[in-house]
Design a binder for this molecule. Structure first.
Ligand code: DX5
Ligand code: ZN
Length: 217
């Protein structure tokens, strides 16, 4: 067991048996449940909306980690709050007034994160890094589960950790996309302390065991 937080993404769950899937996560070593909201505009896919997240929230005993892949995050922050969000992460590339959005999330008493697409440098967060509870480094292009991990992520995690050491040692450094037991140790050694895993967990024969394997040091 180690301190790295694991957040299975329900995007890869079987929505025909969502209550059972959430119950499985409740019984597992998962620390958070990762909720991917997509609007079909910021990313070329649509996932699910608040009727679904409300149903998940009702069943979940683990905290919810909302990842908003949408162009107008500000308009939906209160919906996320009503749906029990403990963390809300918005995309750097989608927010014109990122500082204002972060302040709005924190003003609701919710942890605030910023997600970076694979092409977006961590250094662009220099002037806001100390205000963040979390930085989410996308290790695939957002929009779909089951994609291949992009190795340059390791360099970005190292940079995020350097910046954390300088101004925000408690920040969560979350990695999202293509996370498996083939890369989780290296991600942690570079400084990641929160890992999202979708298809690796839900497509496995024994998801509870797979989640536990991501907790092994
Ligand atoms: C991708 C989502 C991810 C996705 C991860 O846009 O943000 O959270 O569910 O899925 P895997 O682990 O299958 O890459
Ligand atoms: Zn995600």
């Amino acid at each position: 067991m180690n301190d790295c937080l694991i957040a299975p993404s329900v995007l890869a769950a079987d929505f025909g048996r969502i209550n059972e899937e959430i119950e499985m996560l409740n019984q597992s070593q998962a620390d958070y449940i990762h909720i991917d909201i997509m609007d079909g505009v910021f990313v070329p896919n649509i996932s699910f909306g608040f009727p679904v997240t409300n149903a998940i929230a009702k069943k979940a005993t683990k905290p919810l980690d909302f990842h908003l892949m949408i162009t107008d995050a500000d308009a939906y922050l209160s919906h996320c709050k009503d749906s029990g969000a403990e963390i809300i992460t918005v995309h750097y590339e989608a927010c014109n007034h990122l500082h204002r959005t972060i302040e709005a999330i924190k003003g609701m008493g919710i942890k605030a994160g910023v997600a970076l697409n694979p092409h977006t440098s961590v250094d662009l967060l220099t002037d806001i890094y100390d205000l963040l509870d979390l930085v989410l480094i996308m290790s695939v292009n957002p929009g779909f589960g089951g994609q291949k991990f992009i190795p340059n992520t390791y360099n970005k995690v190292s940079r995020a950790r350097e910046m954390a050491d300088a101004v925000n040692p408690d920040i969560l450094i979350e990695i999202d996309g293509g996370v498996t037991t083939a890369n989780y140790k290296e991600l942690q050694s570079k400084g990641a302390n929160m890992l999202v895993a979708g298809s690796f967990v839900f497509n496995s024969d024994d998801p509870i065991h797979t989640i536990a394997s991501l907790k092994d040091v």
